[in-house]
Design a protein around this ligand. Structure first.
Ligand code: CAA
Length: 409
């Protein structure tokens, strides 16, 4: 049974602030920054001034402790104006969650307050060239040397790379262990040997940098090992993704709503056969379907956010369902929005082409939608215990007599 979804006054206040910033600082510059592939620092500063980076950080560390539902609503509002800026914001939570779920008190005090103030941006370094979906297969190595770790290797697809000051880096600390192989270590910008080697030239979300991060004998103190104990990195990564996937799902809802808004305005303005095209029933059906699916995704995302916030037993499943469903909806709605715009939709002069380009990555990052379906199906197997009573109503393939129901022979 889903948890109750209710919005606290703080959650509504933060969402309202995000919407205002989206309209004044994000939307007007989205096309320009997309073309230039530049980060919207002006909007980031506005978010910091409005306290939006405090949303996902507990009060003890300078945050508001507003929770995952508030984080989802803020991300949704920002992504509605520009999906790239939505993820640029949300990745700060993704990169902070390893510290929040696994860090020591000292580590939380050391890094989280500056994130809450919006002074320092954060990135999450898990994926590598040869380790994407198979996150346990990563190979960046951290070797103990006295009081330090020395890190060597490369990470791929680091969102916010270059912009961020704090990087949660997942490394192999014990190559011989099966279940305690990986640890998360914080690397700060400017540490010798740490560099950005390649800024990716992307199809979409061009307003946020995605980079390769290189580690050439990067020496960091053992105090940067998240949680202080090696071997818990993979667990922390998975717990992080459970908390962050409702955020990327919220980005998808915002992206879908943004595309739908454009299609709605255009369909009611564009005249063909003497009437707005929204009067043609096939176009009206498209708009109605887009609206229904976006709304359904929105409430699944909110339900997943509440599950994550409450630490419900089905958090992973809900997060995966929300991520998968909402991002599939975003792609579908963006595709239909281009269709509503017709030939104009295919042209970069019109904003809906950007929505289409921005949508695709949603189905890929923070775990492909194929991986989400695996997570969901694995959880469904775990739920079989509660369905034991149904077995009596399902004849086995060899059962001959079953109350008149057709029986396989
Ligand atoms: N919470 C806590 N622990 C968990 C967990 C969870 N949700 N899921 C798994 N674990 C634990 C297991 O209990 C197990 O622990 P033990 O070894 O102690 O028994 C351990 O982790 C291994 O679990 P699995 O055997 O299930 O792991 P797996 O290798 O089969 O992988 C997977 C599972 C779900 C496929 C995982 O690898 C995965 O999520 N892959 C996708 C990676 C991903 O999402 N990458 C995104 C990168 S970030 C990004 O894209 C951000 C961006 O740019 C914006």
């Amino acid at each position: 049974m889903p948890n109750d979804i209710s919005f606290s006054p703080l959650c509504n206040e933060l969402a309202d602030k995000a919407r205002a910033i989206a309209q004044t600082h994000v939307l007007p510059n989205a096309a320009k920054y997309d073309r230039l592939q530049e980060y919207n620092w002006d909007a980031a500063r506005a978010c910091a001034a409005a306290g939006l980076f405090r949303t996902f950080i507990q009060p003890e560390y300078g945050g508001l402790g507003a929770g995952i539902l508030a984080l989802a609503r803020v991300t949704e509002e920002l992504a509605r104006a520009d999906s790239g800026f939505g993820v640029a914001f949300a990745v700060n939570a993704l990169g902070s969650f390893p510290i929040i779920v696994g860090g020591t008190e000292e580590q939380k005090q050391r890094w989280l307050p500056s994130v809450a103030r919006g002074e320092k941006m954060v990135a999450f370094c898990l994926s590598e060239k040869f380790a994407g979906s198979d996150a346990q297969g990563l190979s960046v190595r951290a070797v103990e040397d006295g009081d330090d770790y020395v890190i060597c290797g490369e990470k791929k697809w680091t969102t916010n790379g270059g912009v961020a000051d704090i990087y949660s880096v997942f490394c192999v600390t014990d190559p011989n262990s099966k279940s305690r192989r990986i640890s998360a270590i914080v690397v700060e910008k400017g540490t010798p040997g740490f560099s950005i080697q390649k800024v990716e030239n992307k199809m979409g979300i061009r307003t946020v940098p995605v980079v390769e991060t290189h580690f050439d004998h990067v020496r960091v103190p053992k105090a940067n090992l998240i949680g202080g104990r090696p071997g818990y990195g993979f667990k922390h990564a998975m717990m992080t993704l459970d908390l962050a996937r409702p955020g990327v799902a919220a980005q998808a809802v915002g992206a879908a709503q943004g595309a739908l808004d454009l299609a709605n305005v255009y369909a009611n303005r564009r005249q063909q056969f003497g009437v707005p095209i929204s009067n043609h029933q096939l176009v009206a059906k498209m708009l109605a379907d887009m609206a229904m699916k976006t709304e359904a995704a929105r409430w699944l995302v909110y339900a997943a956010a509440v599950a994550a916030e409450k630490g419900s037993a089905d958090t992973s499943k809900m997060a995966a369902m929300a991520k998968c469903f909402a991002t599939d909806v975003a792609m579908e709605v963006a595709t239909e929005a281009v269709q509503v715009f017709g030939g104009y939709g295919f042209m970069e002069d019109y904003p809906v082409a950007k929505c289409f380009r921005d949508a695709k990555i949603l189905q890929i990052y923070e775990g492909t939608n194929q991986i989400q379906r695996i997570v969901i199906a694995r959880h469904m197997v775990k739920e079989l215990g509660a369905l034991e009573h149904l077995k009596q109503y399902i004849p086995t393939e060899t059962q001959k007599d079953y109350g008149g129901a057709p029986v396989a022979t």
